[in-house]
Design a binder for this molecule. Structure first.
Ligand code: FPP
Length: 238
């Protein structure tokens, strides 16, 4: 994979943890534990390859409907990941960002995230973005609300609103040049976007490997990237 056909921004819907666990006779939460190990590997590989932004869908707004026990495992895993990885992320120049309505998360998880984001704030090599309590419709609604408020305050005029006006008010705006997704991967064979990065995926290429997330190794990831490399992206042109 050369730099020219490496996607700058990869987004992943890490699907299939529950099915992986249940099919092996384990409780669902064990799938998340195994899934968290994959997060570590895929983050490392992305950085090694030179990916500029990696966004991981760790928790959707719909996931709040899950049993309390499963939610609590997810928050524990998130905190463990941060604690274990922050030093290595720092050494590798990785900046951590969070998108979503993550103020709904339990306080300890929020505190840990804030501290890690501060520690990693000057990372220049790759943005690692966790989508937590994220929903694209909520993000777009929030952007529209900000625009309406700027219009009310006289900062903006309706006929001056462009695509860039909206893009600048999305939660991904901090990613600058890399805010749009080049390559979207959803594991487990499901072929849906599930309210993930609707605006940012306008010109993304998609890959739907059958592999369940806990089995999605670095080798599988490289195969996805090869499929991406073989695509011709025309962005509506010829
Ligand atoms: C989808 O599988 C996965 C999730 C809802 C959570 C993803 C979380 C992790 C991979 C681990 C923790 C995250 C970090 C950032 C360390 P599912 O449970 O919907 O699977 P199913 O469709 O088979 O039920």
């Amino acid at each position: 994979m050369t730099a020219s056909n490496l996607p700058a921004h990869i987004a992943i819907i890490m699907d299939g943890n529950g099915r992986w666990a249940v099919s092996r006779g384990y409780p669902r939460f064990y799938g998340h534990i195994r899934g968290a190990a994959r997060v570590r590997e895929i983050v490392r590989e992305s950085r090694t390859l030179g990916v500029r932004a990696l966004t991981l869908y760790a928790f959707s707004t719909e996931n709040w409907k899950r049993p309390e026990e499963e939610l609590s495992v997810l928050w524990t895993l998130l905190r463990k990941y941060i604690r274990r990885e922050v030093a290595e992320l720092k050494r590798n120049g990785i900046r951590l960002r969070v998108i979503g309505e993550w103020t709904r998360l339990p306080e300890e998880a929020r505190r840990e995230l804030v501290a890690a984001m501060e520690t990693l704030a000057d990372g220049k090599e790759m943005d690692l973005v966790f989508a937590l309590s994220y929903g694209a419709r909520a993000e777009l609604t929030d952007a529209v609300r900000k625009i309406a408020s700027d219009c009310e305050r006289g900062i903006l005029k309706a006929d001056g609103i462009t695509e860039a006006t909206l893009e600048a008010r999305l939660w991904t705006s901090e990613l600058g040049d890399h805010s749009n997704v080049d390559f979207m991967i959803r594991t487990s064979g499901e072929q849906r976007l599930s309210n993930f990065l609707l605006w940012q995926c306008s010109y993304a290429e998609f890959d739907f490997p059958e592999t369940l997330w806990p089995d999605y190794t670095v080798g599988e990831f490289r195969k996805s990237l090869e499929r991406y490399g073989a695509r011709k992206r025309r962005f509506g042109g010829l």
